[in-house]
Design a protein around this ligand. Sequence first.
Ligand SMILES: C[S@@+](CC[C@H](N)C(=O)[O-])C[C@H]1O[C@@H](n2cnc3c(N)ncnc32)[C@H](O)[C@@H]1O
Length: 189
Amino acid sequence: WTPLFLTPGTPLSLTPRPPPNRPVPPQVPYQPSSPRQVANALELLRGRAGKTVDLGSGDGRLVLEAHKQGLRPALGYELNPWLLCLANYRAWKAGYHGSVSFLKKDLWKVNLSDCHNVIVFLAPSVKPPLATKLLAELPDDARVVSGRFPFPCWTPSSSLGQGLEQCWAYDMKEVRREAKSRAQEKSQL
Ligand SMILES: C[S@@+](CC[C@H](N)C(=O)[O-])C[C@H]1O[C@@H](n2cnc3c(N)ncnc32)[C@H](O)[C@@H]1O
């Protein structure tokens, strides 16, 4: 007898499985950002203000740094209960308990229309559907910072770091302008 989670070939993921008969969103395993990735992501948000969220916030390291940098309110959406516990513990240890929030919410189901800064350290497979969601919901003055992997169809306003430490910043106004002009070009063909 082998417990299900030890069956050879079963991918080891901390992300809870969706109930049967629901469409399966792309899976994103937990892989914490390195200190350099955290620094690069936050540098790309320097001088900004407003609601800041990390989509899939893991142990909360990006949210805690965002709060430290003055980005408020800072919150993380995460499904894994253990990581939520760890994030809340780290917030309490840092003296931020009550000032930052870690919510057990599915990033595909939250409304992002009041977010000004969005951090995404997620797998490349989720980037196309996530781009559609961000384009539909974010305000024009929002900035998206993506770590490890860029959004394949968007042109970044700036980027920082090399290799897997690289982060890209996208300003939604520019991203929308580019998408519009691409659509116009297509319609003229
Ligand atoms: C690559 S990790 C990044 C963690 C953290 N942002 C960091 O950089 O240290 C991605 C996280 O997204 C979480 N996640 C995956 N799917 C999610 C979903 N649908 N809603 C909320 N969180 C999700 C995973 O549990 C995991 O902790």
